[in-house]
Design a protein around this ligand. Structure first.
Ligand code: NAP
Length: 284
């Protein structure tokens, strides 16, 4: 039995879809905090079980019979270390043969503020003694492709990433990599650094949006503090403004640039390109 936590999220849905191509639905558990959000998965024959990272009592029953678990990192930034620890402890009690975890690119050395929680979880996983694989995912292409409305409305991409290159890949690519690891016949590696093959700067992102939309789009680069202030001004909550501006500052130092080789090798196809992701988004 393969258990996917956070299965109702965007990455989780891609993982379940990909897993369904490789194994019987009855062999898959979608572990979700809100079972109502996973009714469509139950209709496909996937076992849907309640699993709230913050409520350890739900995790033992969710992981019953689990051979492998994919821990999809929580979206509750700031709460993630104890939440993930609950999952790791329950995985240990269940005696799983593999725990895979969606971490961040080069978590061990990353300057990104959000890497702190991933580093702590990686340490907890190592300390658990369970066989593990760290899927150190780079940025999603969707972080840009799904947020084009303000860019098109104002003719500008705003950011603080300077000339930093971002090796983003699609959620579907990272999901396929997770499934490749979960269904490998031999033991997977302990750490995969996963990123898209083609990298871009935010100026190149703006140029590509301009090319595809036929509109004039510029990249407006600014210092991190100014970018954060702009985000706050347009109503982005403080924690998210901090995370986004800090991530751009990290990108400026190369924290989101990586090799696409490992991801490509795991999924057996080229990773999605920025051009393709923007094209799909602009069609909608
Ligand atoms: N690489 C990147 O660019 C990038 C960008 C954003 C996030 N991330 C990280 O990657 C993860 C997966 O990405 P995503 O796009 O799938 O994010 P997402 O769509 O926000 O999904 C997050 C998942 O975490 C679940 N979750 C949150 N708190 C939980 C809790 N207390 N107990 C159980 N489940 C909980 C959510 O459950 P519900 O469905 O009930 O809300 C959801 O299924 C994120 O959570 C975040 O850690 C990476």
């Amino acid at each position: 039995m393969i258990v996917i936590t956070g299965a109702s999220g965007q990455l989780g849905q891609h993982v379940i879809a990909e897993l369904l191509k490789k194994t019987a639905a009855s062999n898959i558990v979608a572990a979700v905090r809100n079972v109502a959000k996973a009714r469509h998965l139950a209709a496909l024959g996937v076992q849907v079980r309640e699993a709230d990272y913050g409520r350890p009592e739900t995790l033992d029953s969710a992981f019953r019979g689990a051979e492998k678990i994919l821990l999809i990192s929580s979206s509750e930034v700031g709460q993630r270390v104890p939440q993930h620890r609950n999952v790791i402890d329950a995985a240990k009690r269940a005696g799983v043969k593999l725990i895979a975890y969606t971490s961040v690119l080069r978590a061990d050395t990353s300057v990104l503020g959000l890497a702190d929680e991933h580093r702590a979880t990686e340490a907890d996983i190592r300390a658990s003694g369970l066989p593990y694989t760290l899927l150190r995912n780079g940025w999603y292409l969707e972080n840009y492709a799904e947020h084009l409305e303000p860019v098109l409305a104002h003719g500008a991409v705003l950011g603080a990433a300077g000339e930093g290159r971002i090796s983003a890949a699609a959620r579907a690519d990272y999901a396929a990599a997770a499934v490749a690891v979960l269904t490998m016949r031999t033991a997977p590696e302990a750490v995969y650094e996963l990123a898209g093959a083609a990298s871009f700067t935010l100026a190149e992102l703006a140029a590509e949006v301009a090319r595809q939309s036929g509109k004039e789009i510029v990249y407006n680069d600014m210092p991190q503090a100014q970018y954060k202030a702009v985000l706050l001004e347009i109503g982005v909550p403080e924690s998210m403004a901090q995370l986004l501006s800090d991530s751009d500052a990290g990108a400026k130092q190369g924290a989101l640039e990586g090799s696409g080789a490992a991801l490509r090798a795991l999924i057996g196809r080229p990773t999605a390109t920025l051009a393709a992701a923007l094209q799909a988004a602009l069609k909608n």
